[in-house]
Design a protein around this ligand. Structure first.
Ligand code: GTA
Length: 150
């Protein structure tokens, strides 16, 4: 019974609306890929800091910083590509929740990086969540973009 639950447990609460395959294909990609998404990152955190932290889980193939599509500057997320699935699972298990630049980062399984996914998808250029935020977050551009426009 426990293994049935384990099998059915969702690997991620996030569903990428731009993933073109079926839900089954999405789930399979999450189960097998060696890519993680890192969220809640400060705009000031560097690729070098990400490298140093995530190397603790295993050898890194590549880091892709998430960028604001207008300013081309970091906008608070990134993808880390590992060589091994085991290291990917360790990153989710042990690094998620770690404090980096005073913020608890979120490490999520990802279906796999594709060109274009490095850009924020919000109308203002950054991440969608930073459009709607109502709190003041100095490490992520201050107030949410919609509040700033009011
Ligand atoms: N693996 O959790 C994730 C994740 N997120 C949040 C973004 N990406 C993720 N990948 C994984 N796990 O490549 C990836 C995207 C893309 C890149 C930038 O990061 O696949 P984005 O953050 O700008 O846009 O993506 P995305 O992901 O398409 O945004 P989405 O799913 O609409 O909304 C994200 C969050 O924003 C929601 O969970 C919610 O908290 C908030 N939000 C969205 N719409 C509203 C709304 N109308 N009102 C209030 N809050 C909202």
């Amino acid at each position: 019974m426990a293994s049935l639950f384990k099998e059915q447990a969702k690997l991620s609460a996030y569903r990428d609306r731009r993933f073109s395959g079926t839900q089954e294909e999405f789930d399979e990609a999450l189960r097998t890929s060696s890519t993680v998404y890192i969220g809640n990152v400060s705009f000031y955190t560097t690729e070098e800091q990400i490298y140093e932290l995530f190397s603790r889980a295993g050898e890194i193939k590549k880091i892709i910083m998430g960028l604001d599509k207008n300013t081309k500057t970091p906008c608070g997320f990134c993808f880390v590509l590992f060589y091994s699935r085991e290291d990917t699972e360790d990153a989710v298990k042990y690094i998620s929740g770690t404090i980096l630049d005073d913020r608890p980062i979120r490490v999520d399984f990802d279906w796999g990086f594709q060109e274009g996914r490095q850009w924020g998808r919000g109308r203002s250029g950054g991440q969608v969540r930073d459009e709607y935020r109502t709190d003041y977050d100095p490490a992520r551009g201050g107030y949410g973009k919609l509040v700033q426009k009011e």
